[in-house]
Ligand binder design. Structure first.
Ligand code: FAD
Ligand code: SF4
Ligand code: SF4
Ligand code: SF4
Ligand code: SF4
Length: 417
């Protein structure tokens, strides 16, 4: 019987899913089984829109439509949890299955601990994630570095450290390291990301560790919860997937690849954070960069932590209306509200029309807070630092003493870990 902690190779028995799948098609086969067996009412997944640079979210309720959603879109930089909160009532009354990258899984937890999503009604199948590529940059990269018209590319994949494209008349691969040296490749938040195998999901699925005859034909599954175990066991019993024990050498390789990816994440964090300088120098840099802001609110709309009905940045007491760029307070409000919980998903940077590296600024601050308090956002249901601040008491203290050290009570005594 499948149980939490199990690792296995799995593949679909459905010919149509097999045709579209990235590897063994286990993810899509599991969703099909979940819909057919009514374990979920709908499945929220990513599917190809106009072309491979156009990843679209889709809620599937008819199992027959799932095969079209199989396959990995590496230019799919969307984040799904906020869509569940905004358009699916936070899964309050509907059981939803969602394929998640690490950043999606982290954002689900942050929204759930704020009671914006009911995780009891969500099944998450996680996909390992080496990183995603911004669609705009991908087009430019394919034209400049590959010398290929991005419009004739019909398939892309990331394999053995290379970004590989297939197009009319051939295929070509270039190492990600080389692309990133040239300023292309994965999004900068993805380079710093250390959520490579999303174990907060019910299952974590991927390519790493599948070797031997099953290489490229099976999906590696790590079972991360009892809910995930029940889904795999049910699908196998119903004949939707087949499984076998993983190759022990494959297990070892998977561990090593994950370790290497985490080290790479540390390397990029060091490089990116050092580029910001420290103290006043960092502040000056952030103020300079954010002076390009046109107050379009995209960063707020996209951020999974920002969901307030009345956003403080719209309060004229803090940010004078009708001025561009907005007062720096606009950004300070976000840093103060989000930095303890930022999951480095990159949305606020990806969607900024002024190309302000918002995610870098916020992530750099989150990591400083993590060093101070040991709180890692998005890992589990542990409450964020702000939850330890009692607003009424803080306001009274501010009024009585004039001290604006709002974290005073949090610093001493050091909060629970
Ligand atoms: P399929 O049955 O083909 O189903 C794939 C599922 O992924 C579908 O539900 C689809 O909607 C969803 N999906 C496609 N694109 C996205 C996206 N951009 N965001 C969210 N969901 C998406 N595995 C590794 O072992 N190492 C890696 O470095 C790695 N990098 C990845 C990077 C990205 C951006 C993505 C999306 C996946 C990555 N994977 C990686 C996972 C791997 O590509 C497969 O998704 C996984 O092994 C499942 O294979 P499958 O055949 O069972 O999936
Ligand atoms: Fe993948 Fe991490 Fe980038 Fe999300 S932030 S797309 S999990 S590498
Ligand atoms: Fe300003 Fe960019 Fe945010 Fe728009 S997305 S409000 S331009 S920082
Ligand atoms: Fe994602 Fe930016 Fe919000 Fe951080 S601040 S969680 S990177 S959108
Ligand atoms: Fe809420 Fe602050 Fe985000 Fe505005 S900036 S939506 S007030 S968390």
């Amino acid at each position: 019987m499948t149980k939490k902690g199990d690792m296995l190779y799995a593949w679909t028995n459905d010919a149509e899913i097999k045709k579209h799948a990235e590897l063994g098609g286990a993810v899509t086969a599991l969703w099909k089984f979940a819909l057919e067996s009514k374990a979920v009412d709908g499945v929220l997944v990513i599917t190809k829109g106009t072309d491979l640079y156009d990843a679209q979210p889709v809620l599937v309720t008819d199992p027959k439509e799932l095969a079209n959603t199989a396959g990995s879109l590496h230019c799919g930089t969307l984040l799904l949890p906020k869509l569940v909160k905004k358009y699916l009532d936070g899964a309050a009354n509907m059981k939803i299955g969602v394929t998640v990258k690490g950043c999606d899984a982290m954002a689900f937890y942050e929204l759930a601990k704020r009671k914006q999503i009911n995780l009891d009604n969500v099944i998450m199948i996680g996909v390992n994630c080496g990183g995603s590529v911004s669609p705009v940059l991908a087009r430019r990269m394919i034209a400049d570095k590959f010398g290929v018209d991005p419009n004739v590319v019909h398939k892309e994949e990331i394999d053995k450290g290379q970004f590989i494209i297939e197009y009319e008349g051939g295929h070509k691969g270039i190492s990600i390291d080389e692309l990133e040296e040239a300023g292309y490749g994965r999004r900068s938040n993805c380079r710093r990301c250390k959520m490579k195998i999303p174990r907060q999901a019910d299952l974590a699925c991927g390519n790493w560790g599948v070797i031997g005859p099953k290489a490229g034909k099976a999906t590696f599954i790590e079972v991360c919860s009892e809910k995930g175990a029940a889904l795999v066991a049910g699908a196998e019993k119903a004949g939707a997937i087949a499984t076998e024990a993983p190759n022990p050498k494959g297990l070892e390789i998977r561990g090593k690849v994950e370790g290497a990816m985490l080290k790479l994440g540390d390397k990029w964090r060091k490089k990116d954070f050092e580029s910001l300088g420290e103290g006043k120098e960092r502040l000056k840099k952030i103020m300079e960069e954010t002076s390009r802001c046109i107050k379009c609110y995209s960063c707020i709309l996209a951020c999974p932590i920002c969901y307030c009905v009345e956003c403080t940045t719209k309060n004229p007491v803090y940010v004078k209306p009708g001025e561009l760029p907005p007062d720096f307070m606009f950004h300070l409000i976000r840093y103060a509200h989000i930095a303890d919980s930022c999951v480095n998903c990159g949305q606020c940077e990806e969607l900024c029309p002024s190309e302000i590296p918002n995610a870098l600024f916020m992530h750099a601050q989150q990591v400083e807070l993590e060093k101070m308090f040991g709180h890692v956002p998005g890992l589990d249901m542990e409450l964020p630092l702000h939850a330890f601040v009692e607003e009424k008491a803080e306001r009274a203290r501010l009024a009585n003493t004039g001290s604006d050290m709002i974290y005073e009570n949090v610093f001493s005594p050091v909060p629970k870990k």
